[in-house]
Design a protein around this ligand. Structure first.
Ligand SMILES: C[S@@+](CC[C@H](N)C(=O)[O-])C[C@H]1O[C@@H](n2cnc3c(N)ncnc32)[C@H](O)[C@@H]1O
Length: 454
């Protein structure tokens, strides 16, 4: 076919899903990435971007639905841009997630010969998120509160009921919007730089405790005692109500100093029997029930015997390190954010674990400078989406641990890191996917590597 033009409409047969979640169609070898389409669909689509070797398109009409297509559950579907796979049967979602993991490991990592465990499906398909971040925007009623439209940082979809988080936190969000409207202060406008209300971040722990984090522009909070009393009387589950100011133009909700308006500066979470303090800036896996499964899988893969020295790299508030501290002789956590390390130390105390130590710093630097009494028996790494840098992997190789457990939220960067480890004497033994994010293309992966020959 000739190269398609932007705005051209055409009929496409969707064959598979691309990394990132869009449907893939091929016409005479030319590839289309189609939003809103699932494998098996025949759709009428409009080209939104045309490049020499591929085009992007958006579904206008499903001409023949795939047998795996189901009705969307969410009233905001198609507008909000989240949960893009909710029109795909969950079993098929899991199959695609697994094949994307396999594909990354073989295509990016050039890896084979490892054992693959069946993917662990999520225990709840909806209302599984423990943290959601909303943006205020000027609009009808003066203030709207919801999610950014995909790719449009100025526009917000007003949300009534998001099925990713609980009914309770949906009620809290809707009440906060009413209170913001009643305050008479407008929402912050990304264009004007004026207005007051900016973000609302809600967290709900498995213990039932809720944290409400309001982010505003510069200026005093309007009648804070009254606001806090109203909200906490209506929602006694709120154990922490905090306020922070973002007086920059950047549309970010976290990382600012905060003031407690009611309750504590943290909420209490419980994962795998560990008590964890979670503060506004803490990183925590966003699906509490599946985080427990993920950590248990990491522990199963590591199969500690009890006497090991373990390094937990990218340790956050210490969740994995503390779980391993219960089963091994000693654990050292390494984390770049000082506040997270401080919380990890507190979490060790709360759980009466005196064999876990935490160091603040970049993995690369800490591993270079730390006087290590002996070689770790096991290294666990759980880096951010970008994966570990080549230098960081090099440092791990220099430590020469007999076993490595890699926890990842991005199979493509994990595959690249695993390839480097394989080139430096490690063998990938076992891989298991854990689904923390139903109806999205994301998947968490645990991998076990062993130094070869052992
Ligand atoms: C995916 S989180 C994992 C946290 C923890 N393992 C957990 O499950 O809660 C990644 C963590 O790595 C930290 N981080 C990012 N880059 C780092 C680096 N170069 N060195 C050390 N820590 C880093 C982040 O602050 C974050 O806490």
């Amino acid at each position: 076919m000739d190269r398609p033009e932007k705005s051209q409409e055409l009929e496409l047969e969707i064959k598979t899903l691309a990394f990132g979640g869009r449907g893939v169609a091929r016409v005479d070898g030319f590839v289309f990435f189609v939003e809103g389409a699932v494998p098996g669909d025949r759709v009428r689509a409009v080209v939104t971007k045309a490049k020499p070797s591929y085009a992007e398109a958006r579904t206008l009409e499903v001409l023949r639905p795939s047998s795996a297509r189901i009705a969307p559950a969410c009233r905001h579907f198609g507008i909000c841009g989240g949960c893009s796979w909710q029109t795909l049967d969950y079993t098929v979602q899991l199959e695609h997630k697994q094949s994307q993991v396999d594909d990354c490991l073989s295509r990016i990592g050039g890896l084979s010969g490892y054992e693959t465990d069946a993917p662990l499906g999520a225990t709840s398909l909806w209302r599984y998120r423990n943290k959601v971040e909303f943006t205020f925007a000027p609009g009808k009623g003066g203030v709207e509160l919801g999610f950014h439209l995909p790719g449009q940082w100025r526009q917000v979809v007003d949300i009534e009921d998001c099925l990713l988080h609980s009914e309770l936190t949906n009620h809290i969000r809707n009440r906060v919007r009413e209170l913001a409207r009643e305050s008479g202060l407008g929402a912050y406008g990304q264009d004007s730089g004026g207005g007051y209300w900016r973000h609302l971040v809600l967290r709900e722990a498995g213990t039932g405790e809720v944290m409400v984090n309001l982010v505003t522009g510069a200026g005093e909070f309007p009648r804070p005692a009254e606001f806090a009393a109203t909200l906490t009387a209506e929602f006694p589950q709120i154990a922490s109500l905090v306020w922070s100011v973002n007086d920059t133009r950047a549309s970010v909700a976290t990382g600012f100093p905060f003031r407690v308006l009611a309750g504590r500066d943290h909420i209490r979470e419980e994962i795998c029997g560990l008590q964890l303090r979670v503060s506004p800036s803490s990183f925590l896996q966003t699906n509490t029930a599946m985080a427990a499964r993920l950590y248990q899988k990491a522990l199963d893969y590591a199969a500690p015997r009890g006497g090991e020295l373990v390094f937990d790299l990218y340790s956050g508030i210490g969740s994995i390190a503390l779980l391993f501290a219960r089963h091994t002789a000693a654990v050292l956590g390494v984390e770049i954010v000082a506040e997270a390390t401080r919380q990890a130390v507190m979490n060790a105390e709360i759980n009466s674990l005196d064999n876990a130590r935490f160091v603040t710093g970049k993995v690369r630097r800490v591993l270079k400078e730390l006087p290590v009494p002996r070689r770790p028996d096991l290294v666990i790494l759980d880096p951010p989406r970008a994966g570990a840098s080549r230098k960081e992997i090099q440092r791990i190789v220099e430590l020469s641990p007999p076993r490595i457990v890699y926890v990842s939220c991005n199979a493509s960067t994990m595959a690249a890191n695993a390839a480097q480890l394989a080139a430096d004497g490690y063998r990938l033994l076992r891989v298991g996917a854990v689904d923390m994010f139903p109806h999205t293309p994301h998947i968490e992966v645990v991998a076990l590597l062993e130094r070869f020959p052992e």
